[in-house]
Design a protein around this ligand. Structure first.
Ligand code: 13P
Ligand code: SF4
Length: 346
């Protein structure tokens, strides 16, 4: 059976299924077009049954669609939360619903587990913007300067780095690494916009790379301004956006910090300047907040579907492997990140 199974082989909707999943249906009807819910439920049920049979844990990033995030995931969160969950996971089988670098990080942090990703082509424009050779060349240009890599990099790039960070702890990791290495300068890669934002939050001098997130780079200051003026909405932006967009924001923060900010500030209306599914997935937590969606979809995150998650669990594909010599060095960088953990400045 292929990932997109023919109609006859598809799990079918039944009235019993609707009854079994009353609460989930009610939730999803608020988050996706309600006509889609009867199409999703049979897949959700089939995945949940397979998951139990296999003893698997499904981990889903906050940019996954609501039917995945709410329907089948055991663990949800930002890339730091997923890395922490993989390191602590008690199941032998992990299905990572996110992009490839997240599945690689899970494998590096849980080397004894089988890590599967439903679509091996789920990449990331940041991860593909830099190679291990590029990092070695940067080290030659800046002798003795430590390297901090965003987790949105390949395992090979992580292996050349002193520490990793996510957007949730980039400032804290830069400060910790500068102190540990006794240097006032750090090479920060690959996101030039996240790097430029981190530079405004620390006294450490940063050497930046020219990578960009193809989703966040598309937002403009004019859109953000228009949204605030037209809809009287608070503007919350991810630090992967260009600086002129961040300058328009009421709050700049990582995926997790955005949720914390909403919990604290309880705005009446908010525009999330980030990946589209974030607003959908937060809407359930904050029913009193009206979300305006200036939406950009991540085409890589959206490669993951209920259908290919089902195929992944059914056929135990696609397994993520990281060569041992690369994994050993990349693990050191990821463990430095986990030691800093999540110390948000909200
Ligand atoms: P987080 O580190 O906030 O989870 O973001 C990952 C990502 O891909 C952002 O575009
Ligand atoms: Fe990469 Fe941007 Fe997609 Fe995140 S949203 S996975 S940074 S391309």
């Amino acid at each position: 059976m292929s990932d997109n199974a023919p109609t006859a082989a598809r799990p079918q909707w039944t009235p019993e299924l609707a009854e079994q999943y009353t609460d989930l249906s009610a939730k999803l009807e608020q988050l996706v077009p309600c006509l889609e819910v009867p199409l999703h439920l049979p897949w959700i049920d089939a995945i949940n049954r397979l998951k139990r049979e296999r003893g698997a844990k499904i981990m889903a990033h906050s940019y996954q669609s609501p039917e995945i995030f709410h329907g089948v995931a055991d663990v949800t969160g930002d890339s730091l939360a997923l890395a922490q969950a993989a390191a602590d996971c008690d199941a032998d089988l992990i299905v990572l619903c996110g992009v490839h670098f997240m599945a690689e990080s899970a494998k590096i942090l849980a080397p004894g587990k089988t890590v599967l990703i439903p679509d091996l082509e789920a990449g990331c424009s940041l991860a593909s913007s830099i190679t291990a050779d590029d990092v070695r060349a940067l080290r030659v240009q800046h002798p003795g300067v430590p390297v901090v890599s965003y987790v949105n990099t390949s395992a090979a790039v992580k292996a050349e780095s002193d520490a990793c960070c996510t957007s949730a702890n980039a400032v804290q990791v830069v400060d910790a690494v500068a102190t540990e290495f006794g240097m006032g300068k750090v090479i920060f890669l690959p996101d030039r916009y996240l790097g430029a934002w981190v530079a405004t939050q620390t006294d450490v001098e940063l050497v930046l790379w020219h990578g960009q997130c193809e989703v966040h780079e598309k937002f403009t200051a004019m859109e953000a301004r228009h949204t605030r003026e037209r809809f009287d909405a608070k503007i919350v932006a991810h630090p992967e956006c260009p600086p002129e967009v961040l300058a328009e924001a009421d709050f700049v923060g990582s995926t997790s910090a955005m949720g914390q900010w909403l919990a604290k500030e309880k705005p009446q209306r908010v525009a999330m300047i980030t990946e589209c599914s974030m607003a959908d997935n937060l809407r359930d937590r904050f029913p009193q907040v009206e979300f305006i969606k200036p939406c950009n979809l991540c085409p890589h995150m959206k490669r993951i579907t209920l259908q290919n998650i089902h195929a992944c669990l059914r056929d135990l594909k696609h397994e993520v492997h990281v060569p041992e010599d690369v994994a050993v060095r990349a693990r050191r960088a990821l463990e430095r990140m986990l030691a800093v953990g999540r110390r948000e400045r909200v």
